[in-house]
Design a protein around this ligand. Structure first.
Ligand SMILES: C[S@@+](CC[C@H](N)C(=O)[O-])C[C@H]1O[C@@H](n2cnc3c(N)ncnc32)[C@H](O)[C@@H]1O
Length: 186
């Protein structure tokens, strides 16, 4: 894993819609991931499913992947959409066949999982035309919200790591506090 893992006791913070949509909107996430209704998609570090719920109506299956069972419990209490399957595992060891996932996305979590093992696993499970959309707190951000600046990555550093693991960077954008990155399998 990367830096410290989000505390499941603070799960209610992930459901504060006003604060969440300030940093990434559902519309923006759907644009970045561009899921097809027949796609199998993975949400990397899904937490309480706040953004899983945004993608769920637009894909065939969304695997909600989180290393903390307690996060899936919070999501289940809220109600799982029919298309969502929770999977309790680290991104470093995904229980999927090679090339079996059409798209993956991650919101505010890249800094927690960005190890070589995790990025290698992601590349392994994505199809040859797989798409990856990441929104996370920027290392160049203001630091007014989110994790400490020294626990974050810049979009350049994240892009470099993804290139090293077989991705091409299609789009990057840095905002005052966050970055958005779209990568595709080479
Ligand atoms: C800051 S929360 C964000 C949750 C969700 N993406 C959102 O935006 O609402 C990060 C989540 O990622 C999970 N996580 C962190 N590292 C992980 C890893 N290596 N593998 C799987 N899940 C991980 C944590 O348990 C936590 O639920």
């Amino acid at each position: 894993m990367g830096h410290h893992t989000f505390d499941a006791d603070r799960a209610d913070k992930l459901e504060d819609a006003g604060r969440r949509y300030r940093y990434v909107s559902g519309e923006e996430l759907l644009w970045a991931l561009a899921p097809d209704s027949s796609d199998t998609v993975a949400d990397l570090g899904s937490g309480t499913g706040f953004f899983t719920d945004v993608v769920a109506p637009h894909a065939d299956t969304v695997y909600a992947i989180d290393v903390q069972e307690a996060m899936h419990d919070h999501y289940a209490e809220k109600g799982l959409p029919d298309t969502v399957e929770p999977v309790t595992t680290g991104i470093e060891e995904l229980p999927f066949e090679d090339g079996s996932i059409d798209g993956a996305f991650s919101t505010m979590t890249y800094h927690e999982f960005a190890s070589d093992d995790a990025l290698g696993e992601l590349r392994r499970v994505l199809t040859g035309s797989g798409r990856l959309a990441i929104v996370d707190w920027s290392g160049e951000g203001l630091g007014e919200r989110g994790p400490p600046l020294d626990e974050r990555y810049t979009v350049e550093t994240a892009s470099g790591s993804l290139r090293e693991h077989g991705f091409t960077i299609e789009h990057t954008f840095t905002r005052p506090e966050t970055f958005l990155l779209i990568a595709v399998v080479e």
